[in-house]
Design a binder for this molecule. Structure first.
Ligand code: G4P
Length: 283
């Protein structure tokens, strides 16, 4: 058992409800199977927060909520950690999952978990209404575990942001890198951007066409990057297109919501991907 897993397993034993933070744009890929496995083993209910819902496609987020809410012991809601109204709802939602934890002797003990960069620190700060954790758009900013008193008979323990998912599928790795859950040094931006381009051309061609003022018919991920480079003047000093710069432009547009509200996967697309992988493994 590695140290992050052991720390989480130990912390679970002393808590009543898991609050798992996921990125609403990729709830399948940004869920950590280890969190799910350990909380089921410990029989702990889970409040799944589809955070950054402000950046995700609302229709797809609704489908994900239905998907998660059909699971036993799970309550899923879409939130934006930047919206105080969304954050205010969280303690009451967690209470619904452990109604027996009331009174001074039995405070509701919640544990906050999730992969890096899904918004745990932002949520924690908002829940505490003061700045206790460093917020940053780089993975693994939260290092230590801490338990904080939220008042009204509730505590919140946060877990180290080092809980990497076991990335079993390349598709997940690309989605996580595009959404910045995987650090800058670990991946090649151009490859990540080309893969993101493929997804967006298939799912949101109109948003891409409008953002860059281009025709997208027949484009693949690489072709899209070339168009972005031309439209945004990304040129190398000696001449030729600077695709690395174009990749950064495209990734930043996606990450900051400039392309529009986008979800990279749906419950159906995830099932299809997993079925294809299983099929491949059988062959
Ligand atoms: P972590 O603890 O899980 O690693 O994530 P953290 O809170 O550090 O958040 C990572 C980035 O995601 C931050 O961006 C944060 O503001 C942003 N973020 C968190 N929740 C939401 C949300 O609901 N919606 C949107 N749109 N963004 C969210 P940053 O650019 O580094 O920081 P900042 O300049 O926004 O503070």
């Amino acid at each position: 058992m590695n140290s992050a897993r052991r720390a989480f397993a130990d912390a679970l034993a002393a808590n009543d409800v898991v609050i798992e933070v996921m990125d609403a744009r990729l709830p399948g890929a940004s869920g950590n199977p280890m969190i799910e496995e350990l909380r089921r083993f410990r029989n702990r209910p889970c409040l799944k927060l589809l955070n950054k819902a402000d950046l995700a496609d609302p229709q797809v987020t609704r489908a994900w909520m239905e998907y998660f809410n059909a699971q036993p012991g799970v309550l899923a809601v879409a939130v934006s950690a930047h919206q105080s109204g969304d954050v205010r709802r969280i303690p009451a939602l967690a209470r619904q999952l452990a109604p027996h934890r009331v009174g001074a002797e039995k405070p509701l003990r919640m544990i906050l978990a999730g992969i890096p960069n899904v918004g745990k620190s932002t949520l924690m700060n908002a829940l505490l209404k003061r700045r206790v954790a460093k917020v940053g758009d780089e993975p693994a900013v939260t290092k230590g575990q801490q338990t904080l008193d939220l008042g009204s008979g509730m505590t919140l323990t946060d877990t180290p942001g080092l809980m990497w998912p076991k990335i079993e599928h390349d598709a997940d790795g690309f989605m996580l890198a595009a959404s910045h859950a995987i650090g800058r040094n670990a991946v090649i931006d151009e490859e990540v951007a080309a893969n993101l381009g493929l997804i967006l051309l298939a799912r949101y061609p109109a948003l891409v066409a409008v953002r860059y003022g281009i025709g997208v018919a027949g484009l693949d991920g690489q072709g899209l990057l070339e168009c972005v480079a031309r439209r945004r003047g990304c040129m190398r000093k000696g001449g030729g297109l600077d695709l690395e710069k174009a990749a950064n432009v495209f990734l930043t547009d996606y990450r900051t919501g400039m392309l529009g509200r986008i979800s990279l996967e749906t419950p159906e697309s995830r099932q299809r991907m997993l079925a294809a992988v299983a099929e491949g493994e059988r062959i």
